[in-house]
Design a protein around this ligand. Structure first.
Ligand code: SF4
Length: 323
């Protein structure tokens, strides 16, 4: 019988699930994905977490709690460092420390499968071979990685074409229409920027994309290409955090190519990297492009009424500016 490996539907699963699922399936594991974030799962994560953690990490711990007794092993990658255009870029410190944090929070855990994804010191093959238990031939691991990389490429292409990360984690489409003008153009277009694990987890963001639509505007989310991220990495004073490069690339495309009317930044309270990234995005939007921005800082106390009010007033403001 296949051993069962649990993957939390949280954090970087929103980026890499296609890769991880394909790799473990090919290696003979049954992949068990945790359920979508519910209020009880989030509350459990909040209870288990030190207060200073960001909302997505608190939710991650809730997913661990919900999954850990149903599986033989738990996948807990340590995402440290990757190379872009000849330079090194890092995961956020909280994500790097995720396996340590998880071990510190839980008294009992199943076997932990923890590849250290640090391309400065390990190839992808070494990272995964070191992490998976049992005797696994080099050729089998290589084949699984080859298939996993192909699945990741396919998922990235479909994500950009269909507007959903990995086509499975969200019930909030990024496509869809708000109110239209007489000539058929959208009345107001709001570019929305945020980490996928926040933007597409409606258990965390209270359905923010739908709320933009309900306010009569069209939410626009873009998924940057590898080339756009590479361009971002070569700018003067580029940030050294890989996933933040993606946010900056998305914001630049929304401002320069999509020419949205306003930018809505969806971020987590207590996110250290986001504090820097969002400041850079706001400066670019307001000072270089004259585009208004608003930031929604999410935590476990964020209420739906407050979000609706802020989105509605932002859309009203954008509508007034277009008159
Ligand atoms: S980037 Fe921010 S929101 Fe994401 S895990 Fe790190 S601290 Fe949390």
């Amino acid at each position: 019988m296949a051993r069962r490996i649990g993957i939390c539907r949280a954090l970087h699963a929103y980026h890499h699930f296609a890769f991880w699922r394909t790799f473990f399936t090919e290696m003979g594991w049954e992949v068990v994905l945790s359920e979508p974030t519910s209020r009880p799962v989030l509350e459990l994560g909040v209870r288990l977490s030190p207060a200073e953690l960001c909302l997505p990490v608190k939710a991650f711990l809730g997913h661990v709690a919900a999954l850990k007794d149903r599986v033989d092993a738990l996948f807990l990658p340590r995402i440290v460092c990757t190379r872009v255009a000849g330079d090194w870029f890092f995961g956020c410190p909280k994500a790097i420390a995720l396996p340590d944090l998880t071990r510190a929070v839980f008294d009992s855990l199943p076997l932990i499968v923890e590849p250290v994804l640090d391309k400065q010191i390990l190839t992808e093959e070494q990272s995964f071979r070191n992490a998976i238990p049992g005797r696994n031939s080099r050729s089998h691991v290589r084949k699984a990685l080859r298939l996993a990389n192909a699945a990741a490429t396919d998922a990235a292409l479909r994500t950009r074409a269909e507007g959903l990360p990995l086509h499975m984690f969200s019930d909030q489409g990024t496509k869809g229409e708000g109110q239209r003008t007489g000539d058929g153009r959208p009345a107001v277009r709001v570019g929305v920027v945020g980490h996928s694990y926040l933007l597409f987890d409606s258990g965390l963001n209270l359905g923010v994309l739908d709320k933009v639509r309900e306010a009569g505007a069209e939410p626009t989310v873009v998924f940057p290409t590898a080339v756009e991220v590479e361009m971002e990495s070569t700018r003067d004073n580029a940030l050294n955090w890989y996933y933040e490069l993606e946010l900056l690339a998305a914001a630049h495309r929304l401002l320069e190519v999509e020419r949205v009317d306003g930018l809505l930044l969806v971020a987590s309270f207590a996110c250290g990297t986001g504090a820097v990234t969002n400041e850079l995005i706001q400066r670019a939007a307001v000072h270089r492009h004259g585009v208004p921005t608003v930031m929604l800082l999410m935590d476990e106390h964020t209420g739906e009424a407050g979000i609706v009010t802020r989105i509605e007033s932002f859309v009203d403001l954008l509508r007034l500016r277009k008159r």
